[in-house]
Ligand binder design. Structure first.
Ligand SMILES: Nc1ncnc2c1ncn2[C@@H]1O[C@H](COP(=O)(O)OP(=O)(O)OP(=O)(O)O)[C@@H](O)[C@H]1O
Length: 395
């Protein structure tokens, strides 16, 4: 969709900002450009909407050389979000969002309807925020308006230059999550500039790690973290790349432990017998639709005084609720954080579909194994499920 072919940019003073760059961003893909200050990220991005012209090489958009496209017409196909947002201070949020549709000559009513729809999409209530002026919004809200405005004409391509750079870390993480959700709906082709490796890793389908004017590595986040191509990349991603990797490694069904499972309406005697078979200390408790209810310990089942009298009754009276759960596909980092938040020794993993069926449990030991397996899988170019942990020294 966006293709760089041997692109070089040399400024008038002789600075080579971009040096013989070739890469491609597929349709619907989000590529993050990450690297230290001054390495050429912004120059790369601004050549796509012709705010800067390359010295040599060509850039193709959908196969068409953009050098031959009128810049104004080109920019209609490309949404642009920058850190300083650049909202018009004297226009309301709704008017700001409708800027491009207005310029494109849409009817006023249609433009405003579209703007309201987009504000809603980025998590702002048009009825509440639409009539405000930019100075009446928080920094995070202003960034959301910036994203809404860039999407207003439904351009296939989005260029984003440190769009969340000016907000505090908590708001930033929220904006990143919202943007990921939005991107899963709108599937734009996105070039996203950041100097923050964490952000690059969280958002990117692939990451281009920049050295000076050149890409040192162009790979999926897990690969950049698991197998840095050069010492420079290893240094840039940091010594704690194993930890960062947690956020890009999804929970897979194969990672999970399968403790005994009992149901709310099982008798205490039957449940006790189920645990005894595996000599298990606890079991997961499901309701009759196989949704997670909680857990029950072997002691609670053995204790005749615990309810129901003399060891009778059902699991229902003795089970504990369990709220620490995640869907399959959530990251190992989320799993770890959920364990800490609930002070739980394990979390339940559900299938993530509407049915929320129980799939298994993730324990700290299993989490560690999953991480090691994924690092090993990347190093060998294999799938994680194919990695036999016994073969990892020290596992
Ligand atoms: N108009 C210009 N004239 C001369 N040199 C420039 C010009 N614009 C940028 N440069 C230089 O080109 C190099 C790349 O700049 P660029 O803005 O692309 O970097 P960047 O990676 O986006 O940095 P940052 O993260 O700080 O924004 C830098 O050395 C910069 O000083």
């Amino acid at each position: 969709m966006i293709r760089f072919e041997h692109v070089t940019k040399r400024y008038a003073d002789g600075t080579t900002a971009v040096d013989d760059l070739s890469f491609e961003v597929a349709e619907g893909e989000l590529v993050t450009l990450v690297g230290p200050s001054g390495c050429g990220k912004t120059t790369t991005m601004k050549m796509v909407n012709r705010l800067i012209e390359p010295t040599s090489g060509r850039i193709l958009l959908d196969g068409e050389d953009i050098a031959g496209v009128d810049p104004v017409e080109l920019r209609r196909r490309i949404g642009y979000v920058i850190q300083q947002v650049g909202l018009f201070p004297h226009k309301t949020v709704l008017e700001n969002t409708a800027t491009v549709p207005h310029l494109l000559g849409w009817q006023r009513k249609k433009a405003r309807e579209r703007a309201a729809e987009l504000l809603d999409l980025v998590g702002l209530d048009p009825a509440v925020h639409g009539s405000r002026y930019p100075h009446q919004l928080s920094g995070g809200q202003r960034q959301r308006v910036g994203v809404a405005r860039a999407l207003a004409a439904d351009p296939p391509v989005l260029l984003m230059d440190e769009p969340f750079g000016a907000v505090d870390p908590v708001v930033r993480e929220r904006l990143q999550n919202e943007f990921l959700r939005l991107q899963s709906q709108v599937r734009k082709t996105v070039l996203f500039v950041t100097h923050d490796i964490e952000e690059a890793v969280r958002l990117g389908d692939r990451i281009a790690v920049y050295g000076h004017g050149r890409i040192e590595q162009f790979d999926a986040p897990a690969t950049v973290l698991g197998a840095p191509a050069t010492p420079y990349v290893a240094d840039f991603v940091g010594a704690d790349r194993g930890l960062k990797r947690l956020s890009v490694t999804p929970i897979e069904a194969g990672d999970l432990e399968q403790p005994p499972v009992v149901h709310l309406d099982d008798t205490v005697a039957a449940a006790g017998a189920a645990l005894a078979v595996d000599e298990a200390r606890w079991a997961v408790v499901l309701d009759d639709a196989d949704r997670l209810h909680g857990w029950i310990s072997a002691e609670a089942l053995a204790d005749g005084r615990g309810g129901g009298g003399g060891g009778g009754g059902t699991v229902r009276e003795r089970a504990r609720r369990m709220d620490a759960w995640l869907p399959v596909g959530a990251s190992l980092k989320q799993a770890f954080s959920t364990m800490l938040q609930h002070d739980a020794g394990w979390i339940a993993v559900l299938d993530g579909d509407a049915a929320d069926r129980f799939v298994g449990v993730l324990t700290p030991a299993r989490l560690h194994e999953a991480l090691r397996r994924s690092i090993d899988a990347d190093a060998r170019g294999a799938a994680r499920s194919e990695v036999d942990l016994e073969s990892i020294p020290g596992a």
